[in-house]
Design a protein around this ligand. Structure first.
Ligand code: ATP
Length: 258
């Protein structure tokens, strides 16, 4: 049954001390589609992606990738599974001491043992895909604007053409035109490479542009999941309030009563 899904997270829970961040989160990610996770700040979206990536160990639940429960696998197998995933972290997470092209080519050179000579042209081509010219390749991250660093992070995520792509707020800090370019690129990765994409974003324009499926998380659980075409008629008051950015509604009431 899970084989229809590239990723199946079931009953995933994670607490940090007394803070219960994920409380039995269930998320099914269809193969070769673009899933977008929406939800308020601090609701556990990044923590869930990090659990799937194996960077955070959940307290309970199952996480299957291609039908394999990764939580039951040993370190080597987990590493192999992680190789399938390209990730754009929220802050870019670039290596300051490496040049831009070395950052982009990092996975190619470390994971696939490609020589610098072979990897550099691929890095330059990926930089081109995110709208950065070859002159940027030899710079260091500190010499770039925040938006440019984000695009470098994106080029790094897609460099190895992974089967799974995670994007944590890919358009935050970008101007609207560049955000459009990045949204197109995410769609292109899914359409042309057949990748399975999971994106976290607060940008509703982006949601409508890139999502096949939308999942909304609230208080550590997924409370609605459906095709993008049904988002406006979800019949869920929490979803409605969130997508329209209304101050009043069940979410605000929860905040006030907290
Ligand atoms: N390693 C950690 N140790 C302790 N607390 C953590 C850790 N990682 C995350 N948290 C806490 O878990 C909660 C959820 O964090 P998370 O980054 O998943 O939120 P988010 O939904 O991605 O929010 P945003 O939209 O603001 O990025 C936060 O309160 C955060 O402080």
């Amino acid at each position: 049954m899970s084989a229809d899904y590239k990723i199946a997270a079931r009953g995933v829970s994670k607490s940090f001390g007394r803070k219960h961040v994920l409380r039995g989160a269930d998320l099914l990610v269809p193969r070769g589609q673009s899933t977008v996770i929406i939800g308020g700040s601090g609701t556990g979206k990044s923590v869930l992606l990090k659990c799937i990536l194996g960077l955070i160990e959940p307290d309970a639940g199952r996480i299957e990738i291609d039908g394999v429960d990764i939580l039951k696998e040993g370190p080597r197998s987990r590493r192999d599974i992680r190789q399938k995933i390209g990730m754009l972290f929220q802050g870019g997470a670039l290596f300051d001491s490496l040049r831009v092209w070395e950052n982009v080519a990092f996975g190619l050179m470390q994971g696939e043992r490609m020589s610098a000579r072979d990897a550099k042209p691929i890095a330059v081509q990926k930089l081109g895909q995110v709208g950065l010219g070859p002159d940027v390749a030899d710079l260091f991250p500190a010499e770039l604007s925040g938006g440019m660093q984000k695009r470098v992070g994106l080029a790094r995520a897609i460099a190895r053409e992974p089967e799974i792509l995670f994007f944590d707020e890919p358009t935050t800090g970008l101007d609207p035109i560049m955000a459009g370019v990045i949204n197109d690129l995410i769609r292109q990765c899914v359409a042309d490479l057949g990748a399975t994409a999971v994106t976290i974003t607060h940008d509703m324009t982006s949601v409508r542009h890139i999502a096949d499926q939308v999942a909304m998380i609230y208080q550590g659980q997924f409370i609605w999941c459906g095709p993008i075409g049904e988002l406006d008629q979800s019949g869920n008051a929490y979803v409605d309030q969130f997508i329209h950015g209304r101050a009043d509604g069940p979410i605000a009431l929860q905040v006030r009563s907290a």
